[in-house]
Design a protein around this ligand. Structure first.
Ligand code: 3HC
Length: 291
């Protein structure tokens, strides 16, 4: 199938980034949000991200306008009826995703592929909510989506193999590298990355080292582009916490139990960049012994 018209449902940080990736590759994008306010926030993400690329001389103003013109924003899911592919990027609530996929199955043409950008929930569960489980896949992008070069292509026991090949081909067309992964909590990247980030929160809370020392240790000592707390703030502490809960549920491995400090920050509404404060921001999160 030639993917020319794609839908993105949910225009938060990830959804807006994914919409931008498609539009930059020349595809027509229909971006769907629940209401006018959320739609305006989604438009803001797109404008800021492409505006920054212009400021850095990576994109011409005319090219930026062309990219933005390729994206149609709407609050009506019915506008997805002609899409060849729809990528879902709504919050990680399984019931909400299942109900969305039931809707998409009714609205979208039978040959359309339905994809979820879920970080850790079951792709099989959303596929089973549709009458086309063979054409439902996971298409997992990484934050920031316009920059990160990987897409995890998640197949289930019922995915048609041809569909996985088509989605992998599309990922290459977007300038990304696809990797094929099975439908297990966290797939590959989050399965390995999130326990490490969670462990960093435990070291902080147990007073093993201070936040900035842990950041310096992992950037300078392990050569990572960001320390664990800067990365947690980028990913969103709520998302990180949800992934850890799913990993723990599936594996029952106590090494995957979410760090109490992570849960505490999420409960307090300190979610990282999206809320203005997380592990970084004022006042800083300190070791227990310093409180
Ligand atoms: N949106 C769009 N573009 C962005 C961006 C954003 N949010 N943040 C940075 N960029 C672009 C910049 O414009 C710049 O592009 P240019 O070279 O064309 O000008 C480029 O990325 C590099 O940015 P900077 O020079 O500002 O900063 P860095 O060199 O420090 O790179 C980074 C920033 C790419 C975020 C880098 O620090 C990094 O790779 N961090 C690790 C990110 C990571 O691990 N992500 C995966 C998280 S796990 C996940 O998402 C899964 C989910 O399910 C939880």
């Amino acid at each position: 199938m030639a993917f020319e018209r794609v839908g993105v449902v949910g225009l938060g940080t990830m959804g807006a980034g994914i919409a931008e990736v498609f539009a930059r590759a020349g595809l027509r994008v229909i971006g769907v949000e629940a209401d006018a306010e959320a739609l305006a926030r989604g438009r803001g993400h797109l404008e800021r991200s492409t505006g920054r690329a212009v400021d850095r001389g990576r994109l011409g103003e005319a090219e930026r306008e062309e990219i933005l013109r390729r994206v149609t924003l709407t609050t009506s899911r019915d506008d997805l009826s002609e899409a060849d592919l729809v990528v879902e990027a709504i919050p990680e609530i399984l019931d909400a995703k299942v109900s969305l996929f039931e809707d998409l199955d009714r609205i979208c043409k039978p040959q359309a592929v339905l994809a979820t950008n879920t970080s850790s929930l079951s792709v099989t569960a959303v596929a089973a909510a549709t009458g086309r489980p063979g054409r439902v896949v996971g298409m997992h992008f990484f934050n920031p989506a316009p920059v990160m070069r990987l897409v995890e292509v998640v197949g289930t026991v019922v995915t048609e193999p041809g569909v996985l090949d088509e989605i992998a081909g599309l990922a290459r067309r977007l300038g990304k590298t696809p990797v094929a992964v099975g439908d297990r909590a966290g797939f590959v990247v989050n399965r390995l990355l999130l326990p490490y980030l969670n462990h960093a929160a435990m070291l902080l809370e147990n007073g093993v080292a201070a936040r900035d020392d842990i950041e310096a240790a992992m950037t300078l000592g392990a050569g990572l582009p960001m320390g664990p707390f800067a990365l947690l703030d980028l990913i969103g502490l709520d998302t990180a916490y949800e992934v850890m809960c799913v990993l723990f549920d599936e594996t029952r491995d106590r090494r995957h139990a979410p760090a109490p400090l992570l849960r505490e920050l999420v409960t307090a509404g300190l979610l990282g960049r999206k809320s203005g404060r997380g592990f970084h921001g004022e006042p800083p999160v300190r070791r227990e012994s310093e409180r």
